[in-house]
Write a protein that binds this ligand. Structure first.
Ligand code: SF4
Ligand code: SF4
Length: 442
């Protein structure tokens, strides 16, 4: 079944061909892992270990008493070498626990979950079980999953959507996970659905993922009624939560609102797979699947990597570079974050790394008022005006023109014929507005 579409958006080249047929491969585990104490949206973690401690694979090594947080676990067994500042992919430097892998693979596992009657399991127990597993959204935002599936008092959830849209160019990790491990995605989806009390489970993907669609459909044919599979037109940013909800259910999340407000919870397919794996195997979130791609890398690939593995070790596992990259990006090219060094480690929100040698440097010209940014903005904003307010530091004006509704999708900047870095300006305005409101509330 195909369903509707949202206003605006773009159809950039997909660049997915180099990796979509590459099965998920594991790299040899490195001798050292660097586990940053900021892995999720929310409060940074506090170490539960000290230098010299021995840890087992799956052991909790950091946590904090805060609602919006999720603990961190050791991806390998070994010795804590240090707790020291290390490059963070989004935050300059941040403290990290450095573990020396002793290659014994000694594990600390929890009991697998009894999955025979998920619908009878207690919701608060499941939410705590998810929190203790360190689960966060693996689509990139890394928002703690137990918070996502805990609707506030008075909000009723009727639909859980598993987001397999993966609309960013180059990235195919979610696509491979849907092809290779639909069982765990579905199991995780049923657990998340039980947590948030939804009656309906929908798996959504773009219509350019026919092999994923076949793989999931084969599974659903054996157990019809467990979930619905819905394909959506391929259009960026179809994977944005608000647009997914609009396309699938024709419900518009109000400005400043959340999916909760329209009775929906959205979870990435890799997150639900991690929930399903934890239920079956008892291991918390200690690894994830990423795409490594771009024209500068020798072998583009989909890789299962432990948290804390450095980009330089991943690069080596992909045969190194074939040419010098001009830009390295963590994530996709539309919303990803430029990286300046190869020491940066994988965090829970890492969906991929791109090594690009061919990038179009846009020269900036004055706005010609063509209106393209307005007609393509999927949030119905006026990006040209917001950028101008930002440049003139008119942050109150920017707020009055709904700058905080910008989802930072990059669509406006992508199509601007004058090469104006619109998203960059709007991000700056958003940061200032949020900083001022935090200051005002202190
Ligand atoms: S797309 Fe660029 S040139 Fe056209 S109106 Fe928007 S800011 Fe101006
Ligand atoms: S980055 Fe923001 S302003 Fe630009 S198109 Fe996306 S939502 Fe609209």
């Amino acid at each position: 079944m195909k369903t509707g579409r949202f206003r605006g958006g773009i159809h950039p080249p997909s660049w997915k061909e180099s990796t979509r047929l590459r099965p998920i491969r594991s790299l040899p585990l490195p001798d050292k892992l660097y586990l940053l104490l900021l892995q999720h949206t929310g409060t940074p973690l506090v170490p539960l270990v000290v230098k010299g401690d021995r840890v087992k694979r799956g052991q909790k090594i950091a946590d904090v008493e805060a609602y919006i947080s999720a603990p961190l676990h050791a991806p390998v067994a070994g010795k804590v070498l240090a707790i020291e500042d290390w490059p963070h992919p989004c935050q300059g430097k941040f403290p990290a626990i450095v573990i020396e892998n002793d290659h014994t693979e000694e594990e600390e596992k929890r009991d697998p979950l009894d999955t025979r009657e998920i619908e009878a399991l207690d919701r608060s127990f499941l939410r705590e079980w998810i929190r203790e597993g360190g689960l966060v959204g693996l689509g990139g935002a890394a928002f703690p999953t137990h918070v996502k599936v805990s609707p506030p008092e008075g909000k009723t959830i009727d639909t859980l959507i598993l987001n397999g849209a993966e609309c960013e160019p180059f990235l195919t990790a979610d696509e491979r996970v849907m092809i290779e491990d639909p069982e765990n995605i579905l199991l995780g989806g049923r657990i998340l659905k039980q947590c948030c009390g939804a009656g309906r489970l929908v798996i959504a993907l773009e219509d350019n993922k026919s092999e994923s669609e076949r793989s999931i459909r084969r599974l659903l044919d054996k157990d019809p009624g467990v979930a619905e599979l819905i394909t959506l037109p391929t259009r960026y940013p179809q994977g944005s939560e608000k647009h997914l909800i609009l396309s699938l259910l024709k419900r518009w999340v109000p400005p400043g609102g959340l999916p909760f407000d329209v009775g929906v919870v959205v979870s990435n397919v890799q997150t639900s797979r991690a929930v399903g794996r934890m239920a079956r195997e008892g291991l918390p979130l200690i690894d994830r699947v990423i795409t490594v791609s771009g024209d500068a890398i020798s072998q583009a690939d989909n890789l299962s990597v432990p948290l804390g593995m450095r980009l330089i070790d991943i690069l080596e596992g992909c045969g190194g570079l074939k040419t010098e990259p001009r830009k390295i990006i963590m994530g996709g090219p539309m919303t990803g974050i430029a990286q300046v060094q190869l020491d940066v480690p994988v965090v829970k929100g890492t969906s991929g790394f791109l090594f690009m040698s061919e990038i179009t440097e846009k020269k900036e010209f004055p706005c010609i008022r063509c209106g393209r940014c307005v007609s393509t903005c999927p949030m119905n904003l006026v990006p040209s005006a917001l950028a101008r307010f930002s440049e003139f530091r008119a942050y109150d004006e920017a707020r009055n023109h709904y700058a905080l509704d910008c989802i930072e999708c990059g669509v406006c900047a992508y199509g601007c014929p004058s090469g104006i870095p619109l998203t960059h300006h709007i991000k700056q305005a958003k940061a200032e507005i949020l900083r001022k409101s935090r200051k005002g509330s202190q």
